[in-house]
Every structure is written in C-alpha cells, then in structure tokens.
Ligand binder design. Sequence first.
Ligand SMILES: Nc1ncnc2c1ncn2[C@@H]1O[C@H](COP(=O)(O)OP(=O)(O)OP(=O)(O)O)[C@@H](O)[C@H]1O
Length: 420
Amino acid sequence: MARYSSAYPPSPAAPPEGREAAASPDPAREAPVVIEAAGVSKKFVSYHNRATSLKERFVRRGGPAGDDFWALRDIDVTIGRGQTVGLAGANGSGKSTLLKVLAGILRPTDGRVSVHGRIASLLELGAGFNGELSGRDNVYLNASLLGLSKREIDQLFDSIVDFSELRHKIDDDVKHYSSGQYVRLGFAVAVHVDPDVLLVDEVLAVGDEAFQRKCLAKIAEFRAQGRTILFVTHSLDLIENMCDRILVLESGSLFFDGPPAVGTKLLRQKLGSLPAGEPVSYQYATVRPESVTFSHEPGGPPTVQYGPGESLTVSVEFDVTEGAPEHVYLHTYIVGQNEVPIWMMETPLGGLAIGPGRHIVDFSVPRLPELLGAFAVKVHVSDAATGVPVTTRRFEELFGVGGAQADGLLKVDYDARLRG
Ligand SMILES: Nc1ncnc2c1ncn2[C@@H]1O[C@H](COP(=O)(O)OP(=O)(O)OP(=O)(O)O)[C@@H](O)[C@H]1O
C-alpha cells in the first residue's frame, strides 16, 4: 500500500506559464549546459525549377536563382549534461538538419550554436567516411578528426573493430561495405572516442536487430555514465523508454520540448495514429520527482542490496509548485536491464491530494520475489482528474536483489535429470 507524507516546507518558486515554465525547473536542466542553440534558422535554396540546358539557362538569365526554403526556423534549445533527448517529427520536419547544425557540419543561416565538450556524431550514411579508403584507414581518419592521437587510436583499434564485428572486412575499401556495415563501423568509432556528447541520426535503423540491441545497450551505458545523448528516431516507443526529454519539430519549428509521455502523445495525435481527442495540457515541471531512495522500511537507513523475500521500500521524493494538478497519480516502474519493466506500483485510486512543497511517497513491498539482478526506477506522474501526463523521470540509482545478475532474471527451483 502506498504511503504519502509531506516532509518539507513549501517551495517558494513558482515557474512562469507556458514553454518557459517547462524549460526551466527540471533538475536535469539545471545541469551544466552542453548544447545551446539560440535563434537557429537554416535556409536552403531549392532548385526545383533549375535550368536543364544551356539555352534555358541563357533565356532565364537574371531570373531568380532558386527558391529559399527554411528547413529550421528560430530554434531555441538548451540541453544540460547527462540528458538523453529524443528528436522526433514527421518526415522533412528538420531533424537531420538540426543535428547537423548542432554537430557543426552545417552552418546556421541565423542564430548561434555552442557545444561544450567532445562531440561524436553518427549522422548519415557516408558522412565522415572516405569510400576510397579501407575500413582501417577510415577508423584512423575518423578518430583523429574527433581529436584522438595516433597512439590513442592504436590502443582503441581492436576494441573498435571488435565492436563493429567487421574484422574480416577491415582492410576492404569502405565503398564496398553494405549500408549496415557502414553504420557498424561509424557507430563503433563514435562510441570509442570518449565523447561527452553523442549525436545519432536514424541510421541505427539500418543495423540488423542484434546490432541495434548492441547500440541501444551502449546508449544506455552512456546514459548511466552521465553523458549527453541526442538522437533522432521515428520510434516513439524508444523515446518513451530511453529519453528524459523529447523535442518535436514541425516544419522546421520547435513544436514541443518536454516530457516524452506528453510529446509522443501530441505527435501521435498530429500524425493521426491517435485520435485527436482532448488537447494535451502541458504542465511539465509542476510536479518534479527529485530523488529516489531504497530501504527496508519507510524512513529506514538507505540500503542497496536485498535478498529475495526481504522487504523493500522505494521512497520517491518530489517537488510540487503552483499550477500543479490538485490530485496526481504516481506510477513507479521497477525496470531491469534494457529498460524492461519488471513491475509497477501506483498510488491509490483518486490520486494523491498535493499542494505546493516537497513530498515523499513510500512504495513498500513486504516480500521481494525471487529475483536476480540490478534494478532502476522510473516514475511517471499524471493528473488524476484528466489522465494527462505531467512528467516522467528515470533515475540512475540502482538496487540489487539476490546478488549480481547471473543467467536470468528469476530464481526458479528446478530439477535436471538424464532420461534414457
Ligand atoms: N541540402 C539541402 N538542400 C535543400 N533542401 C534540403 C537540404 N537538406 C535538407 N533539405 C530539406 O529540408 C527539409 C528538412 O530535411 P531533414 O532531412 O532535416 O528532415 P528530417 O526531419 O530529418 O526528415 P526524415 O524524417 O525524412 O529523415 C526537407 O524538406 C528537406 O528536403
């Protein structure tokens, strides 16, 4: 049964309304800024009426050279260290262009971009590789462009090749690689150069399933290490499972910046995969899960290691500011490796009556099941009256049950006998 207690004096600060309200108070956003885009716009010239012959070019002399096309318009984004951000939007909405501008591959027409720290990117097939060179030479070329010395690359080379699983191809020219092999090598280099910021385009979709799993595990590892990740994907489920935040672009403008649960719903409504229904109201950051602690009983000393059958209390501490819904549900998911949900605990029907201030909800499990492994916690808050999501936060803190993960998730009694 969930227990609800109010433990701290009210917080004085109430955020302003609207997008600014969403952008400022999330604790993750108060981390040092690693990526900042201010007023970024990008114009391309579209030559769809381009002259195809000399004569045509002569006749059109002096006419307009091409139509201006704004692929990005006035984008303001600040990304703090350690955030995992999904960049989504319909085809042609400007996602790849924004990633390229942030990576410094394209210069913005207007506005300013600053990135602090080493940035590694895997942007599009072929970008950064020279097809006439072997895989081996491209590893050296790419890693040196990302700032590594020859000696450092020598040391990492085997690990890069092992990650890509392309040892048999490493001395072939890259122009003979398949698109999946290209991406394997590019991703292997990008994750080995010790980047502070990783930018990844939808290219991951090109890899086979085994490689996609490997890449996602690497992204989860980077996330746990507090690195900053921005990736483009059309998989909204992936964003819901892996990201702290979603940016949704629409025709080059930033349409939404906030919690994945809200952004994905809005985008699905926009793309027609969800009925339009009630407009999603946007209350991000009015209820903010701040920390999670594990103990045997509410208020007990923090403990990280448990045995099957022992009691566990997961205490979620959260801040509420003015403008928050009067009643909220907290859904607390215990997640295992690769973000697999193991079980969910929710607050009682009708929701919690909350006022501004700091509160703690204790979710107490009297007897842990026969589990093995290390587990994390994801908290999802929604408005109890409307069901509208308010925020989601996935914490990095882990608790363990039954020692290190062995060969499975469950401890199951069994018997093995030779028959015949
Ligand atoms: N070099 C270029 N010259 C002219 N137009 C361009 C150029 N690069 C991109 N565009 C246009 O800019 C718009 C945004 O393209 P972008 O590739 O950023 O979209 P996207 O959101 O990544 O799309 P998708 O989901 O289809 O990959 C598109 O209309 C595209 O045609």
